[in-house]
Design a protein around this ligand. Structure first.
Ligand code: EPZ
Length: 428
């Protein structure tokens, strides 16, 4: 078993460079199979979810070559097997993007229902509604989503909820469908825009990405391209909170400040100094943190993927803060772990009431999902004493090289491996 051991109390100081955006890259890799020629994709983050995507592509017969540590060459010309079995799909949510990409390219797809962070119920009804609107036959057979659509026709798809995944999936299925597809109530996240830009660089015809109405006019074929993934705004936001939580002074490089406006304004309200530059952001923790209210919303609102991190910061702010999670049913599982470190949080459904305490204290805790793991790292960095975080594989699904990036900022963190057998039986 692998865990992080953090000795808290060090101020984070210096510079850190953000990697490519996980949630953009996880959509762009499947999208590459829509091309009739090889694609070069740069600034791909080196994280386990990308490894899983590469395994899925290879399993289909798609050739993936690492040109360097962050650049992939994807050649879809030998795609033979439009199927993603459970064993490959279960590790992450984004495996379901292969449904839209395979349907768009081969007119057929068979993908196991996805895995991913346990954030409560995560249905895919809007994805299936979109595929059916385009004329595909949809069947769920023993945990596999099976799509058939010999002749996809453009259609109007009005999403009942704002959904990143379904917006991406239907975009992928529609780029080569005949005629015009209109997505209403579409998600507007930066990675939706990045995917649309990637597809347009291959010859697709997509307008309106980043607004709630996206229009996709089908094209006959897509050619190869060379494309660089946008920086990861959630990784950047996580480092911003770490700087504020440790009273540090950190320059976060390779960011698009516009993607972080909601996080920046909340951190300024809480009491951090945030300076925006062209492609970097500097965060200085003043040591004085004040209460605030947070309500997660679809972009450009406060991102749900930053909710565990900002809630952790508020556990050591003066006063009583309120955090409302309006996107997912159950994204407060990490609160029990924070309580073990002395946090005073009461959760009632989708609302957490956070009573600030003067200091957290180190403890043994467990990461319950990707962003929960990031939140526990923040808690460990700010706490007095030693924190041990188990199940760090969750964190490494979405944060490239986080241990060394933090060491570079002066954090006292190390990863240790304890073979399970070394876990001594509890003395009764
Ligand atoms: C994507 O998940 C991200 N994952 C999540 O990031 C992120 O939290 C989420 O978007 C919201 O921004 C990836 O990009 C791989 P949704 P996704 O479809 O697509 C409901 C991380 O930490 N819904 O926008 O699953 C759903 O239950 C991860 O990087 C339906 O009801 O999110 C949720 O309540 C965690 N029916 C809401 O919509 C559907 O068919 C938003 O879900 C689809 C979604």
């Amino acid at each position: 078993m692998e865990k992080y051991v953090i000795h808290g109390g060090n101020r984070l100081l210096g510079e850190v460079t953000v990697s490519g955006a996980k949630n953009a890259a996880l959509a762009i890799l499947p999208a590459a199979i829509l091309s009739d020629e090889p694609c070069i994709i740069e600034n791909v983050p080196n994280i386990s979810d990308i490894d899983y995507s590469i395994k899925i592509l290879n399993h289909m017969g798609v050739e993936v070559k690492m040109i360097n540590h962050s650049t992939l060459r994807i050649d879809p010309r030998k795609l033979r097997h439009p199927v993603v079995e459970y064993d490959l799909a279960k590790n992450m949510r984004a495996s379901y993007y292969f449904l839209g990409a395979l349907l768009g390219k081969t007119k057929t797809a068979k993908v196991s229902l996805p895995g991913g962070c346990d954030l409560g119920s995560r249905p895919i009804d809007q994805h299936l509604k979109g595929f059916e609107a385009l004329g595909a036959k949809v069947e769920i057979d023993r945990g596999m989503v099976c799509l058939e659509g010999d002749h996809l026709l453009g259609a109007k798809v009005d999403f009942d909820v704002v959904t990143v995944g379904a917006t991406i999936n239907i975009m992928l299925a529609a780029v080569k469908a005949e005629g015009l597809t209109i997505l209403e109530n579409a998600a507007k996240e930066p990675h939706i825009v990045d995917l649309a830009n990637f597809l347009n660089s291959m010859g697709a015809n997509i307008i309106g990405a980043g607004t709630d109405v996206i229009k996709i006019r089908g094209v006959e074929s897509l050619h190869g391209t060379q494309y660089s993934v946008i920086p990861d705004q959630i990784e950047a936001g996580t480092f911003m909170v770490m700087a504020a939580a440790t009273g540090g002074d950190v320059l976060i490089k390779n960011v698009i400040p516009k993607h972080l406006e909601a996080v920046t304004s909340k951190l300024q309200k809480i009491g951090a100094v945030v300076e925006e530059y062209d492609d970097s952001i500097r965060v200085v923790g003043t040591g004085r943190l004040e209460k605030t209210t947070i309500k997660t919303m679809p972009h450009p609102g406060f991102p749900t993927d930053m909710q565990p991190q900002i809630t952790t910061l508020l556990t050591i702010a003066n006063g009583t803060s309120m955090v409302t999670e309006s996107i997912f049913d159950n994204r407060f599982k990490y609160v029990d772990e924070l309580r073990r470190m002395g946090a005073d949080i009461t959760v009632n459904g989708k609302v957490a009431v956070v009573e600030g305490v003067s200091r957290l204290t180190g403890a043994s805790v467990k990461a319950t999902d990707l962003r929960a793991g990031a939140a526990l790292i923040i808690a460990g960095l700010a706490a007095s004493g030693t924190t041990e975080i188990e199940d760090v594989f969750h964190v490494e699904r979405g944060y490239e090289n986080i241990e060394n990036k933090l060491k570079g900022l002066g954090a006292d963190i190390k990863k240790i491996v304890t073979p399970d057998s070394m876990v001594l039986p509890k003395v009764l």
